[in-house]
Design a protein around this ligand. Structure first.
Ligand SMILES: [Zn+2]
Length: 234
């Protein structure tokens, strides 16, 4: 079965109908904000979301995808193939190791995250050149995935962060912080320029600046705390 609006088309099994409707509603509430951010009025085609209620079907897709020729990794619960979002339904998603604490809200943010990728792709000048760092940064930020908001100083090599993003521990948290810094310190117009040509980033500079930005933020928090304490003591 399927339901759709002007931006999304969701394929699902009958049993998931109320769930699919709920998801479409939530996405519909956010689609304007995300597309507006990228200055998009319309996407060239609807974003397809395929909900799986059978784990084996999803595993087959991944294997065919060529990503897991040897063994399916149990924590993998969503993937994008040819621009379409394939995702386990909420029950199967929570069955996967590392995802048992996922709330429905987190799940919807994962879909929104993938939607951000689809919109971002539309403005990229060089689609073959997508550094994961800024891609994941903008996706986690715009999807509001605050679970990555760890206020963590970046203590890995900037080069690894750019070249081996998916192998770096805490990479999503770092991407979240770096994008937070860029969003805070650039006009919307300048930020879009960066996102159009993300391969031009100077990772060393960006990591250094993000770290001093984080330090400042923590200093400010400390000061605020002291300020509040003083106020109370008075
Ligand atoms: Zn992503």
């Amino acid at each position: 079965m399927h339901i759709e609006n002007d931006v999304f088309n969701i394929e699902f099994n009958e049993k998931d109908e109320p769930f699919a409707k709920d998801i479409l509603n939530s996405l519909a509430n956010e689609q304007g904000r995300i597309m507006g951010f990228f200055g998009l009025k319309k996407l060239p085609k609807k974003v397809e979301i395929i909900l799986y209620n059978n784990l084996q079907d999803f595993i087959n897709l991944r294997t065919e995808n060529g990503k897991y020729p040897e063994r399916y990794q149990g924590w993998n619960v969503a993937t994008v193939k040819n621009g379409d979002i394939h995702i386990l339904n909420f029950d199967l998603y929570k069955n996967a190791p590392q995802h048992e604490d996922t709330t429905l809200d987190d799940y919807k943010k994962v879909l929104l995250h993938e939607f951000v990728h689809a919109c971002h792709e539309e403005i990229l000048l060089d689609k073959n050149n997508m550094p994961a760092l800024l891609m994941e940064g903008i996706a986690t930020q715009l999807a509001g995935q605050t679970k990555y908001d760890l206020n963590r100083k970046i203590d890995c090599s900037p080069q690894d962060l750019v070249r081996k993003f998916y192998r770096v521990k805490y990479s999503y948290a770092y991407a979240y912080e770096i994008m937070g810094y860029l969003m805070e310190t650039n006009s919307h117009e300048d930020l879009l320029k960066i996102l159009r040509e993300p391969h031009k980033i100077d990772a060393f500079d960006l990591v250094a600046k993000t770290n001093s930005y984080l330090e400042n933020k923590q200093e400010c928090k400390k000061e605020n705390k002291n300020f509040n304490k003083n106020m109370l003591e008075r």
